[in-house]
Ligand binder design. Structure first.
Ligand SMILES: Cc1ncc(COP(=O)(O)O)c(C=O)c1O
Length: 402
């Protein structure tokens, strides 16, 4: 019988990094050479700077700005984007550029690569990124090599002659944990650009730029927004030149975020540390209970001591995350579980305040995922209510259907 390790939330402290002069800054607080914890940074970064003004940068609804100012046109910049970008940039330790969605951020990185670039990517990572890579290969623009990012020697073996390494850890939806410190060190030594999709871990668990990644990508739609009411994405980089190139890409491709989305995403980010801490505590409890359930074949959660990712997650992450996957014997019973749940919502997104569940094997591109696997995004409901819902649905699925 496996046991989830009691969650210990270690907040990353702020690291020194080059900071942009062009973003809105709360000069009173953010220019001090202090070492704020993530909870504090999430509250103060991107705060409106004007004495006498509102605490929060309001949504600026503008397609055009009057001549004589810094921005000019609505596709070139927006103070509300900048406030969000400052806050996420501070949490990740780099310069942030926001995009219309997570996939727009992924696109900015992948479609701006020179022709014939070789990209190493996770064979079992997010299917949208894999779909885009497939398309770029079909168009003759990129070469790719698929690897299991959990298998460090396979990843290192694929770096020879590669240009870009795309990583995701924990992976979506199998929750495999990659040895990021070793892999990122090797990539740097080999001169390979490393990009980490940090959507599942969030900066609360890991900050890949500090480990040598060139860029971090986020679907801010998920934990950062946190309320299932917006789509937005971001890329965070250490290098100010690369930041400028990404802004240029965004301007010329028009993949800009909406103003209201940016406002809501920053509002969501303010509570990310506290939401995430609670959500992963509940996830650990549910993982442990599911692991003991007679109808559950396997639980994948890096906080379970029997999980293959446990050792790495314990030493390399600031916590075990709030996503877990569990398997029942087949697709039919998994679908029945989803139908019978009353509190947990069937739906394909994740990271919100509400718990959501998805049988991933039903989607195109998820052929490697076991048919009976259910991915559970644990929300902020009371753990006892969530457990009662899961237990009832599991028992009901196996009682009423065969
Ligand atoms: C790990 C990961 N990256 C990127 C994306 C794409 O984000 P969006 O849906 O905001 O475009 C998703 C969406 O599910 C995701 O799970």
């Amino acid at each position: 019988m496996s046991r989830a390790r009691a969650f210990s939330f270690q907040c990353p402290t702020r690291r020194a990094h080059v900071r942009s002069d062009e973003v809105i800054r709360n000069t009173e607080v953010m220019d001090e050479p202090t070492k704020w914890h993530a909870e504090t940074l999430a509250i103060v970064a991107g705060r409106a700077p004007q004495p006498g003004g509102p605490f929060n940068v309001p949504p600026t609804f503008a397609s055009t700005y009057r001549d004589g100012g810094a921005i000019g046109y609505g596709r070139w910049g927006n103070p509300t984007w900048s406030a969000f970008e400052e806050a996420l940039g501070e949490l990740e330790g780099g310069h942030c550029v926001s995009f219309a969605s997570g996939l727009a951020a992924v696109s900015a990185m992948l479609t701006s690569l020179p022709l014939a670039t070789t990209v190493v990517y996770p064979s079992n990572g997010y299917n949208g990124t894999r779909g885009l890579l497939e398309r770029l290969v079909k168009e003759g623009r990129l070469h790719t090599r698929a690897v299991d990012v959990v298998d460090t020697s396979e990843v290192l073996g694929a770096l020879d002659g590669a240009d870009v390494l795309w990583l995701e850890s924990p992976t979506n939806p199998l929750l495999g944990v990659a040895d990021l410190p070793t892999i990122l060190r090797a990539a740097r030594d080999a001169g390979v650009i490393a990009v980490v999709d940090n959507t599942f871990a969030t900066p609360m668990l890991q900050q890949p730029l500090a480990l040598g990644a060139t860029a971090v990508v986020h679907s801010a739609t998920k934990y950062i927004g946190g309320h299932s009411d917006l789509l937005m994405g971001a890329v965070v980089v250490s290098d100010a030149g690369l930041r400028d190139e990404l802004v240029e890409w965004r301007t010329t491709h028009g993949a800009i975020p909406g103003v209201m989305e940016a406002y809501l995403a920053l509002r969501g980010l303010r509570t990310l540390p506290v939401r995430f801490a609670r959500q992963q505590r509940t996830a650990a409890e549910l993982a442990e209970r599911l692991d003991d359930h007679r109808h559950v074949v396997r639980v994948r959660y890096p906080g379970l001591v029997t999980d293959p990712g446990f050792e790495r997650a314990s030493t390399q992450l600031g916590g075990f995350g709030a996503m877990l996957s569990f398997e029942v014997n087949d697709a039919h019973h998994a679908d029945r579980v989803v139908e019978l749940l009353r509190l947990i919502v069937g739906g394909t997104s994740l990271g919100g305040v509400e718990s959501t569940i998805d049988r991933r094997g039903r989607w195109k591109g998820e052929e490697l995922v076991p048919e009976g696997l259910l991915r559970l995004s644990v929300g902020l409901e009371h753990p006892a209510d969530l457990w009662a819902d899961l237990d009832d649905a599991l028992n009901g699925a196996f009682t009423h259907s065969s």
